[in-house]
Design a protein around this ligand. Structure first.
Ligand code: C2E
Ligand code: MG
Ligand code: MG
Ligand code: MG
Length: 288
């Protein structure tokens, strides 16, 4: 939706803009009054080591089933929760759910969990997050907190101190959506980043003519030198996977292996191997 400015400087909003504004007000309203513990749940998307063919971790992805609005996408409700501040109550609820689910799976899996600006901005929120991880009994070194570049850049000093607390606990730090913001390897070094998640826009661009191949190769090489792990996000096709394998990427997350699943679906996924691996990819079909 776009706001159109006339010559007189009057801004005329299109209908789409008006609808979007009304919708986001409704989302904020329902979010303020929702019972997050009942209405929100977590899906889990596997991260697969393509050398061994094994699933090594899962990213926790929040979902909200609002009685008034129905299923709302996290892009929409997480942003609204950040605006209203409700995210600070939601994060502990979602984290507890995710840790409890992960503890029940058979095997040792990294659990990746997204944090937002508000979580990082507050010392009390971070202390609470550390306490939840400790109390859960899930090994802290198997928990990875994902933060975005923009989040970190907003208040570097605060981000640094919050991430240092999580690191001191033994948890890992991942930089999410890497490459779409302001990339600065000096910051990565100073923030105790363990993993970089290459944003799916780069993977999508592999299908076009352009520099995506070179850029991805450069990121993989740089991370290898800095001893930072890489997870490539949004891998959907055999062709993308083949390129990434040749480029030296190891850990892949994307629809190619599986869409995010409910906690109850994970045990069966682990038994049968990758949920949505295409048939021609026989190499993976028997391994979990
Ligand atoms: P993200 O952390 O970058 O998560 C990856 C998103 O890419 C997820 O969207 C996932 O479903 C989607 N995805 C994974 N593989 C593929 C693929 O092969 N193709 C395509 N097209 N998409 C793929 P989702 O679940 O809608 O989450 C969107 C964003 O919402 C997340 O992006 C994250 O920034 C935020 N989010 C989700 N859960 C939480 C949460 O618990 N807390 C916070 N603060 N943010 C969250
Ligand atoms: Mg993420
Ligand atoms: Mg991402
Ligand atoms: Mg994101």
């Amino acid at each position: 939706y776009q706001a159109k400015e006339t010559q007189s400087g009057v801004v005329i909003y299109s209908d789409e803009h008006e609808t979007a504004r009304r919708d986001s007000a409704a989302v904020e309203h329902c979010l303020r009054h929702c019972d997050a513990d009942r209405e929100m749940y977590v899906l889990y998307q596997p991260q697969v080591d393509i050398l061994s063919g094994k699933t090594v971790g899962f990213e926790a992805l929040a979902r909200w089933n609002s009685p008034e609005l129905g299923e709302i996408r996290p892009d929409v409700f997480i942003a609204a929760a950040e605006r209203t501040g409700r995210i600070v109550e939601m994060t502990p609820i979602l984290l507890r759910k995710a840790l409890a689910a992960a503890a029940a799976w058979d095997g040792d899996f990294k659990l990746s969990f997204n944090l937002s600006t508000r979580d990082i901005d507050s010392s009390a929120a971070i202390d609470n997050i550390c306490q939840i991880v400790s109390a859960s009994g899930y090994p802290a070194h198997m928990v990875e907190f994902e933060v975005t570049e923009t989040l970190v850049m907003a208040d570097f000093a605060q981000a640094k101190s919050s991430l240092a607390k999580l690191s001191a606990l033994g948890a890992r730090i991942a930089l999410d959506d890497f490459g779409v913001g302001y990339t600065n390897f000096d910051y990565i070094d100073r923030l105790c980043v363990d993993t970089i998640k290459i944003d799916r826009t780069f993977v999508r661009r592999l299908d076009e003519r352009g520099s995506a191949e070179k850029v991805i190769r450069a990121m993989i090489d740089m991370c290898a030198k800095l001893r930072i792990d890489i997870v490539v996000e949004g891998v959907e096709t055999e062709r993308q996977l083949a390129f990434l394998r040749a480029a030296g990427a190891r850990c892949i997350q994307g629809y190619y292996f599986s869409v995010p699943m409910k906690a109850a679906e994970i045990p069966a996924y682990l038994v049968r191997g990758h949920a949505s691996a295409p048939k021609e990819n026989a190499e993976f079909s028997l391994m979990a």
